[in-house]
Design a protein around this ligand. Structure first.
Ligand SMILES: O=c1ccn([C@@H]2O[C@H](COP(=O)(O)OP(=O)(O)O[C@H]3O[C@H](CO)[C@@H](O)[C@H](O)[C@H]3O)[C@@H](O)[C@H]2O)c(=O)[nH]1
Ligand SMILES: [Mn+2]
Length: 719
């Protein structure tokens, strides 16, 4: 009898369109570059050089991006067939690693919700372990998880008994659930736990009478007066033990373990990658699940059957032995209707990722990745004898296991080992997720993108402009660290794997260079227009059609991909391209700048954790879809200067046309300014009309007008 189908894949129907479009567009683009070369030879000016550089960068990034469109595929999984292929007793143990780092930006109640949602997975409980990594080193987090452990004993049987789908209690009770006899009781239990935790977090201290259990007192006693988040010993606490703890229905509980690795202020801790590697080792000693799921603290499970979907790939008798991980794309629950900050990352998570999936596999997205443990963590070579610690979980609390766990969580443990360079999540960049999957793909591992209709995980995303711009800046700084590294995707990558796949990584890691063309096109045609200098071909010349095709082609294809094929809304698409322009003026150039400063040893940067808290007015503005500037952020400055310059040049250009009738030679410049003005509309509103907290800070508005005038003054000296 043939094995029932566990998964399938097929090429997207638009593949032929992608390929034809790529070819035609490439030819047209070459024509443009040829024109540039001719100009450079026969009539070189600083303007023609700048435009050439801008178009060249555009062309390079466009070319590399076509690799995503060459062979996109879509997959389906059939978890309903799993039981016919493997019995439940054959399921591998699953270790879930959840990272948190900061109680103010990542409130412990939220982390507890994420943990509860996976503790209650539809998975054999005795094979499930959840590890919390607390890089914030906070006793509040430990306290929250003590409470979580108690509540879980009621929550898990409740969810399983009633087949609850939303297993993060906050989401469940927020959705007005069906009423069962225990619902009210469980709800008030949850509310009580939540308010106890919030009270402790808010008060900023843990009175010792809160903790009555003697075994927990030991753990809390580690928080001595000189314990700081940057300098402290390891704290490990087993909160739920598979072998000892039972839920209220008498069934076994999954393991729940709190780990705050040792920190030493003199020693680099490698941010999230460092945290994950400690967790790989600690979990390797304690439960050693062959499958490891990595989650960010805000990414709660939205579907209790998700592990079964992952198993459809891992347990397939015909599975590719090189399969390394299964990635569920990041999806978000907090995005407003028109996604004003493009936080959905639709192109990356829903379009481009399908293209990588058709080559060697999607990249790891930091959260929602199920890894084969032996692919990411080769325990034998680093002193952790996994084979020997055969985990019947009696040993979980044994002195031997706990001592070894403290040892592997200490900050000197990785010295002179291959952790971070050859094993585990890789160091050297703050965008550890992309880098780690790049290295795994280089080593020949493959991955799979699993994107079920109902999101497997849902998380939050920044809900104000500054946080978004900062997040993107951080990613793109990390990308530059990946590119300018020994294992550069363009040189090393192209030799080590499918070159198309390596070019996908090249594209991502060099994206911050988009800032060059975006800045050139945001200022140069405009300043020339203000100075009455034409810089593009006239409407009546042949070259004009080239520009029309290139502009409409790029925007049109992007629209088709986003709106027609990926079923996004037109407004979301528009907002996405607007954000792209904003990133191009702020996040990208600042990423380049800060990365250069670090590269030349002039400064350092860290992982600024994205805030998961929103205050009321902020969330009101976001709900209403109003852009929020508000804070005095240097990231806003170039955006605001560009808006002023474009308005100025647009008005000047239109007047020129009305008075002197020079539409033919100035059309392209006026069009670009007009396009920027339309895109800047909400910026003008924030500068002039709005009075709420989202308005542009007066300082920035006042600074951008003289800045625009200065640019004009300097340019008039050159022209
Ligand atoms: O020193 C650190 C810094 C961060 N984190 C955790 O890392 C996760 C991601 O941090 P967040 O600030 O939420 O990052 P995002 O801006 O959402 O980052 C995206 O990009 C990161 C790579 O830059 C990936 O690690 C994330 O998974 C991905 O969601 C969170 O759970 C943090 O608690 C740590 O554990 N230790
Ligand atoms: Mn996040």
């Amino acid at each position: 009898m043939p094995t029932p189908l566990l998964h399938s894949s097929k090429p997207l129907s638009k593949t032929w369109l992608n390929r034809i479009f790529s070819l035609i567009y490439a030819v047209t683009l070459s024509l443009l570059l040829l024109r540039h070369f001719r100009n450079l030879i026969y009539s070189r000016t600083s303007i023609s050089v700048a435009l050439f550089v801008a178009d060249f960068v555009f062309a390079f990034l466009w070319l590399t991006s076509q690799c995503f469109h060459w062979n996109p595929i879509e997959r389906k999984v059939f978890p309903e067939n799993l039981k016919q292929v493997v019995t439940e007793s054959e399921y591998p143990a699953l270790d879930v690693l959840i990272c948190t780092a900061d109680i103010t930006k990542e409130p412990p109640v939220g982390v507890v919700n994420t943990a509860l949602s996976v503790l209650a997975y539809e998975y054999p409980t005795e094979k499930l372990s959840v590890y919390i990594s607390d890089d914030g080193g906070s006793e509040m987090t430990l306290y929250a998880f003590m409470e979580c452990a108690k509540f879980a004993k009621h929550w898990i049987p409740y969810c399983k008994k009633h087949g609850v789908v939303d297993r993060a209690p906050e989401v469940y009770f927020g959705n007005d659930p069906a009423k069962y006899p225990q619902t009210d009781e469980i709800k008030s239990m949850y509310e009580n736990m939540k308010s106890r935790v919030e009270a402790v977090v808010q008060s900023g201290s843990l009175r010792s009478d809160r903790v009555t259990e003697p075994e927990f007192r030991d753990a809390f006693s580690k928080w001595t007066p000189d314990f700081t988040r940057r300098h402290h010993p390891t704290v490990i606490q087993i909160l739920l033990d598979n072998n000892a703890d039972k839920d209220v229905a008498g069934d076994v509980m999954p393991n729940l373990i709190y780990v705050s690795r040792e920190k030493n202020s003199d020693k680099p801790h490698n941010f999230k990658a460092g945290a994950l590697n400690v967790m790989l080792r600690v979990s390797g000693l304690m439960t050693n699940g062959p499958i490891v799921l990595v989650l960010d603290c805000d990414m709660y499970s939205n579907d209790p059957e998700t592990p079964l979907r992952a198993l459809c790939y891992f347990m397939d008798p015909n599975a590719d032995p090189k399969l390394g991980f299964v990635q569920f794309p990041q999806r978000f629950s907090t995005i407003n209707k028109n996604d004003i900050y493009a936080s959905e990352f639709k192109p990356e998570t829903q379009i481009l990722s399908l293209g990588m999936d058709g080559l060697l596999g999607a990249q790891f997205m930091g959260t929602g990745g199920f890894f084969k443990r032996n692919v990411i963590s080769d325990n034998s070579s680093c002193g952790v004898a996994t084979g020997s610690v055969q985990i019947n979980s009696k040993s979980l609390k044994s002195k031997g296991v706990l001592d070894s766990a403290h040892e592997v969580a200490s900050c000197n443990y990785e010295d002179h080992t291959k952790w971070g360079s050859e094993i585990g999540f890789r160091y050297g960049t703050i965008t550890e997720d992309t880098y780690t999957s790049f290295r795994l793909h280089c080593e020949g591992w493959k991955s799979v993108l699993c994107n079920p209709k109902r999101a497997a995980f849902l998380g939050g995303s920044p809900s104000n402009l500054n946080d978004t711009l900062t997040q993107i800046k951080r990613w793109y700084m990390g990308f530059l660290e990946i590119f300018f590294n020994k294992y550069c995707p363009l040189t090393y990558g192209v030799r080590s794997m499918n070159p198309l796949h390596a070019l996908c990584y090249t594209h991502y890691t060099l994206r911050s260079f988009w800032s060059i063309p975006i800045i050139v096109y945001a200022f140069l045609p405009q300043i020339s227009l203000i100075n009455s200098v034409p810089v593009f071909t006239k409407v009546s010349e042949n070259g004009f059609l080239l520009y029309v095709f290139l502009f409409l082609g790029a925007y049109g294809k992007d629209f088709l991909d986003f709106v027609v094929f990926a079923r996004g809304s037109t407004l979301r698409w528009w907002n996405h391209q607007r954000m792209w322009l904003m990133w191009g003026l702020s996040s990208y150039p600042f990423a380049l700048l800060e990365w250069s400063l670090k590269y030349f040893g002039l400064s350092t940067f860290g992982f600024s954790v994205t805030s998961k808290v929103v205050n009321e007015e902020q969330s009101r503005l976001y709900e209403e879809g109003m852009i929020e500037f508000g804070v005095e952020s240097v990231l806003f400055f170039p955006i605001s200067v560009a808006s002023v310059v474009n308005l100025w040049s647009f008005v000047k250009g239109v007047m020129d046309v009305v008075i002197n009738g020079r539409l033919d030679e100035f059309f392209v410049q006026i069009f670009i300014s007009g396009f920027a003005v339309v895109n800047s509309w909400s910026v003008y509103e924030c500068m002039v009309l709005r009075k709420d907290r989202g308005k542009m800070p007066l300082k920035i508005t006042l600074a951008s007008i003289p800045a625009a005038m200065l640019i004009y003054f300097l340019s008039s000296l050159v022209f």
